[in-house]
Design a protein around this ligand. Structure first.
Ligand SMILES: Cc1cc2nc3c(=O)[nH]c(=O)nc-3n(C[C@H](O)[C@H](O)[C@H](O)COP(=O)(O)OP(=O)(O)OC[C@H]3O[C@@H](n4cnc5c(N)ncnc54)[C@H](O)[C@@H]3O)c2cc1C
Length: 394
């Protein structure tokens, strides 16, 4: 596995240095216009960067302390789908504000009766002249309360087989008939919502791709969702790692309890295995090879691992772990810092929401979501069994 990045003379490094001289304190819009928010997207929205160029640009941005704007669902899921199937007008209208995070996006897919079996959704869209009239209910919609726009799946042909009667729309969240109600999760955060759609009128131009062709586009969106939930931190790629927990224990002077020591080492080993799987994926990309089954396997392992890390952290804190504050302080008594020692954006609230000192106790509660969102643990295992190992479906 050779992951050495090209040196200072690489053209992508030189181009970024030059651009930074001309834009010393880049705004989100300047980054978006220059193609540095999603360099792998085709021009003019990105730079058409190959994996090596992308890693080089990421490296340069990190060194320069330049942060990309945060619009997780917009940039991670909606944008790639619009590039794949949006009309030229839709790309011109939506992509730049999306990249600059001037318009935040949400994903109106799950419903009370349709989660894993998403194709069973019952929200209806009926054509009325130049408009579609949408009625139904969505749930678990992250960021709906701050979003300007949503990607929406609705049934446009109730008589067709379920996968063939769904269309893909763009829904303005301030349209008359859209009601957003908060759901406060067990961490105490308000990150997702219920969304009611009551006769919402969408212009025909808000349809993405062909009528009844939405399922193929939903698969593009969900494929991008799984990739972007697989970074290094224990909470969907964000937040602390098992190695961070080991560092805290080292600072605290070690652990006397032998059982806890075993469990800590077990999660550290899991973390190393996941880090190596991730390096293999990156190495394959750098070498120009298509990703193998690593992405599905990694998500299945990483979600359980995130829960294991947080459970060990909670138990390490002993009685302090019974209350929802002070866990970090308990782990690092005498080594207390301001805020969290670990980087990364909050997994459900996004960039700008720095982890509080209560990161471990909050993460413990958030970790329950890991094996549900982005495809449940059971559904991931079905995918591995059927698509990776070729076993017959149930
Ligand atoms: C933090 C978080 C954020 C989310 N954000 C969004 C969002 O922004 N937009 C959005 O649309 N949705 C969002 N979701 C919803 C998420 O996509 C769904 O929760 C997920 O698809 C599971 O659906 P469900 O909750 O309806 O569970 P169900 O599908 O009802 O599953 C219930 C149980 O049955 C099991 N099960 C179901 N089918 C099978 C099967 N075929 N084989 C074996 N077991 C099965 C599941 O694994 C699970 O244990 C979010 C969820 C979370 C946790």
């Amino acid at each position: 596995m050779d992951l050495a990045l090209p040196g200072e003379e690489h053209p992508a490094r030189r181009a970024f240095h030059q651009w930074l001289v001309e834009n010393p304190k880049p705004t989100a819009r300047q980054l978006a216009v220059a193609g540095y928010v999603a360099p792998h997207w085709p021009r003019p929205w990105g730079l058409g960067a190959d994996p090596v160029e992308q890693l080089v640009i990421d490296d340069e941005m990190r060194r320069a302390g330049v942060r990309r704007p945060s619009n997780q669902i917009g940039i991670g899921w909606a944008g790639p789908t619009l590039i794949h199937a949006g009309s030229e007008e839709q790309k011109q209208r939506y992509l730049l504000p999306l990249l600059a995070a001037e318009e935040i996006w949400c994903q109106l897919f799950s419903e009370p009766g349709a989660g894993s079996d998403l194709a069973g959704l019952s929200t209806r869209a009926e054509r009325d002249g130049d408009e579609w009239v949408v009625t139904g209910q969505k749930v678990w919609t992250s960021f709906a309360h701050v979003a300007s726009l949503g990607i929406l799946l609705a049934r446009t042909d109730p008589d067709a087989p379920k996968h063939r009667g769904i269309s893909y729309f763009i829904c303005p969240m301030d349209a008359p008939g859209v009601t957003v109600r908060p759901i406060v999760d067990m961490t105490g955060d308000h990150a997702f919502n219920e969304v009611f759609l009551d006769g919402v009128r969408l212009p025909a131009t808000n349809l993405v791709g062909p009528v009844n062709g939405g399922w193929a586009l939903a698969k593009v969106t969900l494929g991008n969702e799984r990739v972007s939930l697989s970074g290094e931190g224990a909470l969907w790629g964000q937040g602390p790692t098992a190695a961070d927990l080991v560092d805290l224990v080292r600072q605290a002077g070690g652990i006397a309890d032998r059982l806890l020591r075993q469990r800590l080492m077990k999660v550290w080993v899991e973390g190393e295995i996941l880090r190596l799987i991730r390096l293999r994926t990156v190495s394959a990309a750098v070498a120009g090879r298509a990703p193998g089954p690593e992405a599905s396997v990694r998500k299945a392992l990483a979600d359980d691992h995130g829960q294991n890390v947080m459970e060990v952290a909670k138990d390490l804190a002993g009685l302090h772990g019974l209350v929802d504050t002070g866990l970090f302080e308990a782990l690092t008594a005498g080594h207390r810092g301001e805020g969290s020692p670990v980087g990364g954006d909050h997994p459900s609230l996004g960039a700008g929401h720095v982890w509080p000192p209560t990161i471990w106790s909050q993460g413990y509660f958030f970790a329950r979501a890991l094996t549900i969102g982005g495809g449940t643990a059971e559904v991931q295992r079905n995918i591995i069994g059927e698509r990776v190992l070729g076993l017959p479906s149930s």
